[in-house]
Design a protein around this ligand. Sequence first.
Ligand code: PLP
Length: 435
Amino acid sequence: MPTSLSRRELLTATAGLASLSATQISSAQNGTIPSSSRELWAWVKTQPVLEQQIAYLDVATAGPTLRAAMAAEYRAREAQSLALATTTSGSHWATESARLATRFAAFLGCDADELLFTHGAGEALSLVALGLDLNAGDEVLTTSREHPSALTPWLVQARRRGIIVKQIDLPTPMTGPEQALGLFAGAVTDRTKVLAFSHVQYADGALLPVADLCQFARQRNIISVVDGAQAVGMLDFQLRDLGCDFYATCFHKWIGGSHGTGALFVRREMLDRIWPIEPRGLDASPPIFSPTQALGHEAAPATLHKLGNIVPKLWPALRGTESAIEFQQQVGRSKIEARVRELAIYARLRIQQLANIEILTPARPGLWAGILTLRSARHSGMDLATSLARGNRVYVRGIEWPDSTLGALRLSVHIFNTHDEVEKMLQGLDRALKI
Ligand SMILES: Cc1ncc(COP(=O)(O)O)c(C=O)c1O
């Protein structure tokens, strides 16, 4: 079975796109990524499967899938079906699981035996909340801005086991990392067992000081659980530099991988602290009889082995996502972060010129990146989003906001977006605000 798209295949997977310019086609056929900035971003724009006439500024909700990822996923599904008779051996899947875990771990900056594949960030976070031994009265300290799929797994444990979920109210906009640190430090008690928070807040785009918060937690023997759904693919970082105990992410937002793929990082020392929810290959002691082995169980890397190796089921989708991380590496993660920041700063500077708009995203560089949230004193976020979609084919997200009936408007920019799209959004917003 082919295991990875060559650089040439990755590039020529774009060939079917009618709107490719001559330069874009020749870049793809030569097998080289354009080197000049102008050509590079024009080429990047053609890589996701996305209607080219719309301005999609909502990758924080769902990312478009890269054409190369779709091609790789399709080819893997076909190969899997064609090779059914020869791939039922556990050793085949153990080898492929180890290969994928090694590949993804190298990208994320951890070791292969610290990685579990999941269907997304929400599943990864649920596995942690369900799998930790927490008892009545134990406290989980989190924030008031977490995504429902990050918060509700703890709320279920509150009902089921009597744990206590405490939410810190983060300031809007946050003005410095020390604010978040101070709030967490002030709310910790000797019953606090878990600190759970997002790397990048999905509502206002604030970046939390992950490394400092994880270090703070470790010093107090508190487990850190980080939701990285909005960080991986947008920011250039390595997990090992953050020092978290658990880090959950998905690959269907900022990575441009197959929808329904994600991962959970489990720091090696934490593997003993978590119970598997869907064990496929847990060593039984004393041994029990079963007519078959779970596929991929033997010799899979440690976390996949203990928490359940999903690779045989999720393989085609993971192969698609593998080509998306290859794309990220070929473009360059630092270049991606810089481009995201450049577009977002441009959007912010333009939005600041509009009357009666309050920006809720922190202003200080380093405290935000690709997500920008604002609100109007007169218009609801939902109405503004609808008006932009209907009138301008610009897609952003209306969201709820605490203590406000009007809510807010969130936009997120990625490398396939352009300054022209930001302008289009601005003109539409300006018009909608005047109604
Ligand atoms: C911060 C955050 N966490 C978790 C999730 C859920 O991610 P998934 O769809 O991969 O389960 C989202 C989705 O929007 C999110 O924004």
